[in-house]
Write a protein that binds this ligand. Structure first.
Ligand SMILES: [Zn+2]
Ligand SMILES: [Zn+2]
Length: 281
Protein backbone atom coordinates (compact mmCIF):
# COMPACT_ATOMS: atom_id res chain seq x y z
CA UNK A 1 0.00 0.00 0.00
CA UNK A 2 1.01 3.63 -0.35
CA UNK A 3 3.23 4.62 2.57
CA UNK A 4 4.48 7.97 1.32
CA UNK A 5 3.07 11.48 1.24
CA UNK A 6 4.96 14.66 0.47
CA UNK A 7 2.12 17.19 0.59
CA UNK A 8 1.16 18.19 4.15
CA UNK A 9 0.43 21.46 5.93
CA UNK A 10 0.79 22.53 9.55
CA UNK A 11 0.16 25.48 11.85
CA UNK A 12 3.09 27.28 10.22
CA UNK A 13 0.62 28.10 7.42
CA UNK A 14 -3.12 27.35 7.19
CA UNK A 15 -2.90 23.85 8.67
CA UNK A 16 -4.37 23.04 12.08
CA UNK A 17 -1.83 20.74 13.73
CA UNK A 18 1.86 21.02 14.55
CA UNK A 19 4.52 19.52 12.30
CA UNK A 20 5.37 17.01 15.04
CA UNK A 21 1.71 15.93 15.25
CA UNK A 22 1.67 15.40 11.47
CA UNK A 23 4.81 13.27 11.70
CA UNK A 24 3.36 11.21 14.56
CA UNK A 25 0.14 10.69 12.58
CA UNK A 26 2.18 9.45 9.63
CA UNK A 27 4.08 7.02 11.87
CA UNK A 28 0.76 5.76 13.27
CA UNK A 29 -0.34 4.96 9.71
CA UNK A 30 2.88 3.03 9.18
CA UNK A 31 4.19 5.53 6.64
CA UNK A 32 7.82 5.34 5.60
CA UNK A 33 8.29 8.96 4.52
CA UNK A 34 6.49 12.23 5.13
CA UNK A 35 7.18 15.51 3.36
CA UNK A 36 6.34 18.76 5.14
CA UNK A 37 5.19 21.35 2.62
CA UNK A 38 3.73 24.46 4.24
CA UNK A 39 2.66 27.29 1.92
CA UNK A 40 5.86 29.28 1.37
CA UNK A 41 6.08 33.04 2.05
CA UNK A 42 4.96 35.44 -0.69
CA UNK A 43 5.96 39.02 -1.49
CA UNK A 44 2.59 40.03 0.05
CA UNK A 45 0.66 38.94 3.15
CA UNK A 46 -2.11 36.33 2.96
CA UNK A 47 -4.17 34.30 5.41
CA UNK A 48 -2.74 30.96 4.30
CA UNK A 49 0.93 31.50 3.46
CA UNK A 50 3.71 31.36 6.04
CA UNK A 51 5.05 34.71 7.10
CA UNK A 52 8.60 35.43 5.90
CA UNK A 53 9.75 35.99 9.50
CA UNK A 54 8.84 32.40 10.39
CA UNK A 55 10.72 30.74 7.55
CA UNK A 56 13.93 30.10 9.46
CA UNK A 57 12.05 28.70 12.46
CA UNK A 58 10.12 26.46 10.05
CA UNK A 59 13.25 25.05 8.42
CA UNK A 60 14.92 24.50 11.80
CA UNK A 61 11.84 22.80 13.22
CA UNK A 62 11.52 20.34 10.32
CA UNK A 63 15.26 19.63 10.30
CA UNK A 64 15.29 18.94 14.05
CA UNK A 65 12.27 16.63 13.79
CA UNK A 66 13.92 14.91 10.85
CA UNK A 67 16.78 13.90 13.16
CA UNK A 68 14.55 13.10 16.12
CA UNK A 69 12.30 10.70 14.17
CA UNK A 70 14.88 9.30 11.77
CA UNK A 71 14.54 5.79 13.19
CA UNK A 72 10.79 5.74 12.62
CA UNK A 73 10.24 7.67 9.39
CA UNK A 74 11.96 9.77 6.71
CA UNK A 75 10.99 13.41 7.24
CA UNK A 76 11.58 15.65 4.23
CA UNK A 77 11.73 19.42 4.35
CA UNK A 78 9.73 21.04 1.59
CA UNK A 79 7.42 23.90 0.74
CA UNK A 80 4.40 24.35 -1.44
CA UNK A 81 5.48 27.29 -3.55
CA UNK A 82 3.10 29.57 -5.42
CA UNK A 83 3.58 30.40 -9.06
CA UNK A 84 2.55 34.05 -9.17
CA UNK A 85 1.10 35.78 -12.25
CA UNK A 86 3.77 38.47 -12.47
CA UNK A 87 6.79 36.71 -11.00
CA UNK A 88 6.49 33.01 -11.74
CA UNK A 89 8.77 31.55 -9.06
CA UNK A 90 11.45 34.23 -9.54
CA UNK A 91 10.63 35.81 -6.18
CA UNK A 92 11.75 32.67 -4.30
CA UNK A 93 15.49 32.52 -4.96
CA UNK A 94 18.01 29.67 -5.11
CA UNK A 95 19.22 30.25 -1.55
CA UNK A 96 15.90 29.03 -0.18
CA UNK A 97 15.41 26.29 -2.77
CA UNK A 98 18.83 24.88 -1.87
CA UNK A 99 17.73 24.44 1.75
CA UNK A 100 14.82 22.20 0.73
CA UNK A 101 14.70 18.48 -0.04
CA UNK A 102 11.99 19.21 -2.62
CA UNK A 103 9.09 21.54 -3.31
CA UNK A 104 5.64 21.45 -4.81
CA UNK A 105 4.93 24.05 -7.46
CA UNK A 106 1.29 25.17 -7.37
CA UNK A 107 -0.86 27.71 -9.14
CA UNK A 108 -3.41 29.28 -6.77
CA UNK A 109 -3.27 32.99 -7.69
CA UNK A 110 -4.90 34.08 -10.91
CA UNK A 111 -5.39 37.83 -10.74
CA UNK A 112 -5.99 40.98 -8.77
CA UNK A 113 -9.14 42.96 -8.02
CA UNK A 114 -9.28 46.74 -8.37
CA UNK A 115 -8.77 47.14 -4.62
CA UNK A 116 -5.47 45.21 -4.88
CA UNK A 117 -6.80 41.94 -3.46
CA UNK A 118 -5.08 38.98 -5.10
CA UNK A 119 -7.61 36.20 -5.64
CA UNK A 120 -7.07 32.46 -5.76
CA UNK A 121 -8.70 29.69 -7.76
CA UNK A 122 -9.61 27.83 -4.58
CA UNK A 123 -11.61 30.54 -2.86
CA UNK A 124 -15.43 30.62 -3.03
CA UNK A 125 -17.30 30.38 -6.36
CA UNK A 126 -18.37 34.02 -5.82
CA UNK A 127 -14.75 35.23 -5.64
CA UNK A 128 -13.86 33.24 -8.74
CA UNK A 129 -16.85 34.58 -10.65
CA UNK A 130 -15.83 38.11 -9.69
CA UNK A 131 -12.27 37.40 -10.82
CA UNK A 132 -13.44 36.03 -14.16
CA UNK A 133 -15.55 39.14 -14.65
CA UNK A 134 -12.96 41.69 -13.55
CA UNK A 135 -9.77 40.14 -14.94
CA UNK A 136 -10.93 38.08 -17.91
CA UNK A 137 -13.90 40.07 -19.25
CA UNK A 138 -16.34 37.40 -18.02
CA UNK A 139 -14.77 34.82 -20.34
CA UNK A 140 -14.50 31.44 -18.56
CA UNK A 141 -12.55 29.80 -21.37
CA UNK A 142 -10.00 32.61 -21.33
CA UNK A 143 -9.67 32.20 -17.54
CA UNK A 144 -9.09 28.46 -17.78
CA UNK A 145 -6.63 28.90 -20.63
CA UNK A 146 -4.72 31.33 -18.43
CA UNK A 147 -4.82 28.97 -15.44
CA UNK A 148 -3.50 25.97 -17.39
CA UNK A 149 -0.95 27.99 -19.35
CA UNK A 150 0.39 29.19 -15.98
CA UNK A 151 0.83 25.54 -14.95
CA UNK A 152 2.54 24.76 -18.26
CA UNK A 153 4.80 27.78 -17.77
CA UNK A 154 5.60 26.67 -14.20
CA UNK A 155 6.58 23.24 -15.54
CA UNK A 156 8.71 24.44 -18.44
CA UNK A 157 10.50 27.32 -16.72
CA UNK A 158 11.11 25.80 -13.29
CA UNK A 159 10.51 22.03 -13.51
CA UNK A 160 9.25 21.73 -9.94
CA UNK A 161 9.75 18.21 -8.52
CA UNK A 162 5.96 18.00 -8.05
CA UNK A 163 3.13 19.88 -9.72
CA UNK A 164 0.36 20.41 -7.15
CA UNK A 165 -3.35 19.67 -7.65
CA UNK A 166 -3.46 20.07 -11.44
CA UNK A 167 -7.18 20.84 -11.77
CA UNK A 168 -7.68 22.68 -8.47
CA UNK A 169 -9.85 25.13 -10.41
CA UNK A 170 -12.66 22.54 -10.34
CA UNK A 171 -12.86 22.87 -6.53
CA UNK A 172 -15.77 25.31 -6.68
CA UNK A 173 -17.34 23.90 -9.83
CA UNK A 174 -20.16 21.99 -8.12
CA UNK A 175 -23.00 21.26 -10.60
CA UNK A 176 -20.79 22.78 -13.31
CA UNK A 177 -21.53 26.28 -12.00
CA UNK A 178 -18.36 27.64 -13.65
CA UNK A 179 -17.64 25.31 -16.57
CA UNK A 180 -18.28 21.81 -17.92
CA UNK A 181 -15.17 19.68 -17.93
CA UNK A 182 -16.69 17.30 -20.49
CA UNK A 183 -16.65 19.96 -23.21
CA UNK A 184 -14.13 19.75 -26.02
CA UNK A 185 -12.53 23.15 -25.42
CA UNK A 186 -11.64 22.13 -21.84
CA UNK A 187 -10.30 18.77 -22.97
CA UNK A 188 -8.10 20.55 -25.52
CA UNK A 189 -6.69 22.86 -22.84
CA UNK A 190 -5.85 19.87 -20.62
CA UNK A 191 -4.28 18.03 -23.57
CA UNK A 192 -2.02 21.02 -24.31
CA UNK A 193 -1.02 21.39 -20.67
CA UNK A 194 -0.17 17.69 -20.29
CA UNK A 195 1.81 17.68 -23.52
CA UNK A 196 3.93 20.50 -22.12
CA UNK A 197 4.41 18.84 -18.72
CA UNK A 198 5.50 15.68 -20.52
CA UNK A 199 8.53 17.54 -21.90
CA UNK A 200 9.74 18.24 -18.34
CA UNK A 201 10.92 16.19 -15.36
CA UNK A 202 8.02 17.27 -13.14
CA UNK A 203 5.82 14.68 -11.46
CA UNK A 204 2.05 15.23 -11.27
CA UNK A 205 0.49 14.51 -7.91
CA UNK A 206 -2.77 12.74 -7.31
CA UNK A 207 -4.14 14.86 -4.50
CA UNK A 208 -6.90 13.50 -2.25
CA UNK A 209 -7.37 16.76 -0.31
CA UNK A 210 -10.31 18.19 -2.28
CA UNK A 211 -12.28 15.00 -1.87
CA UNK A 212 -11.29 14.72 1.81
CA UNK A 213 -12.79 18.11 2.51
CA UNK A 214 -15.95 17.41 0.50
CA UNK A 215 -15.26 19.85 -2.34
CA UNK A 216 -14.89 17.36 -5.18
CA UNK A 217 -16.23 13.94 -6.07
CA UNK A 218 -12.98 12.82 -7.67
CA UNK A 219 -9.39 13.46 -6.73
CA UNK A 220 -7.22 16.14 -8.35
CA UNK A 221 -6.85 15.52 -11.26
CA UNK A 222 -10.13 13.96 -12.44
CA UNK A 223 -10.12 10.30 -13.51
CA UNK A 224 -10.28 11.07 -17.25
CA UNK A 225 -7.24 13.33 -16.90
CA UNK A 226 -5.42 10.57 -15.03
CA UNK A 227 -6.13 8.28 -17.96
CA UNK A 228 -4.43 10.80 -20.27
CA UNK A 229 -1.51 11.14 -17.85
CA UNK A 230 -1.09 7.37 -17.92
CA UNK A 231 -1.33 7.23 -21.74
CA UNK A 232 1.33 9.96 -22.01
CA UNK A 233 3.50 8.15 -19.43
CA UNK A 234 3.88 11.18 -17.20
CA UNK A 235 5.02 10.13 -13.70
CA UNK A 236 2.62 10.43 -10.76
CA UNK A 237 2.93 10.58 -6.98
CA UNK A 238 0.19 10.28 -4.37
CA UNK A 239 -0.43 12.96 -1.73
CA UNK A 240 -3.17 13.95 0.69
CA UNK A 241 -2.52 17.71 0.99
CA UNK A 242 -3.56 17.15 4.63
CA UNK A 243 -4.19 20.27 6.71
CA UNK A 244 -4.72 18.22 9.90
CA UNK A 245 -3.60 14.84 11.24
CA UNK A 246 -6.82 13.03 10.45
CA UNK A 247 -6.52 13.35 6.69
CA UNK A 248 -2.90 12.24 6.51
CA UNK A 249 -3.53 9.24 4.22
CA UNK A 250 -7.11 9.98 3.15
CA UNK A 251 -8.33 7.35 0.66
CA UNK A 252 -4.84 6.17 -0.29
CA UNK A 253 -6.27 2.67 -0.58
CA UNK A 254 -8.84 3.92 -3.08
CA UNK A 255 -6.19 5.81 -5.06
CA UNK A 256 -4.14 2.65 -5.31
CA UNK A 257 -7.15 0.72 -6.68
CA UNK A 258 -7.85 3.57 -9.09
CA UNK A 259 -4.34 3.78 -10.56
CA UNK A 260 -4.33 0.01 -10.91
CA UNK A 261 -7.64 0.14 -12.76
CA UNK A 262 -6.41 2.94 -15.05
CA UNK A 263 -3.33 0.89 -15.83
CA UNK A 264 -0.43 2.79 -14.27
CA UNK A 265 2.52 0.44 -13.92
CA UNK A 266 4.24 2.44 -11.17
CA UNK A 267 4.14 5.56 -9.00
CA UNK A 268 6.91 7.81 -7.69
CA UNK A 269 7.60 8.60 -4.05
CA UNK A 270 10.13 10.66 -2.16
CA UNK A 271 12.45 9.31 0.55
CA UNK A 272 15.61 10.63 2.19
CA UNK A 273 17.48 8.90 -0.64
CA UNK A 274 15.57 10.86 -3.26
CA UNK A 275 12.80 9.92 -5.67
CA UNK A 276 12.04 6.25 -6.19
CA UNK A 277 9.44 4.27 -8.07
CA UNK A 278 7.17 1.53 -6.85
CA UNK A 279 5.51 -1.00 -9.10
CA UNK A 280 1.70 -1.12 -9.06
CA UNK A 281 0.65 -4.75 -8.63
ZN1 LIG B 1 -2.27 24.09 -2.84
ZN1 LIG C 1 -1.31 22.16 -0.23
Amino acid sequence: MIKYNCHTHSNFCDGIDTIEDMIKAAINCDMKAIGISSHGPLPFETEWNMKKERLEEYLNTVNELKKEYSKDIDVLVGLEIDYLPEYGLDYVGDELLNKLDYYIGSVHYLGEFEDGYKWCVDETAEVIKRGIKENFGGDVQKTLKHYYSSIADLAVKYEPPVIGHLDLIKKNNKNNCLFNENEDWYKAIIEDCLNTIKTTKSIIEINTGGKARGYTEEFYPSNWILQKIKDKQIPITINSDAHFTKGINYEFKEVYELIKEIGFSSYSFLTSEGWKQKEVI
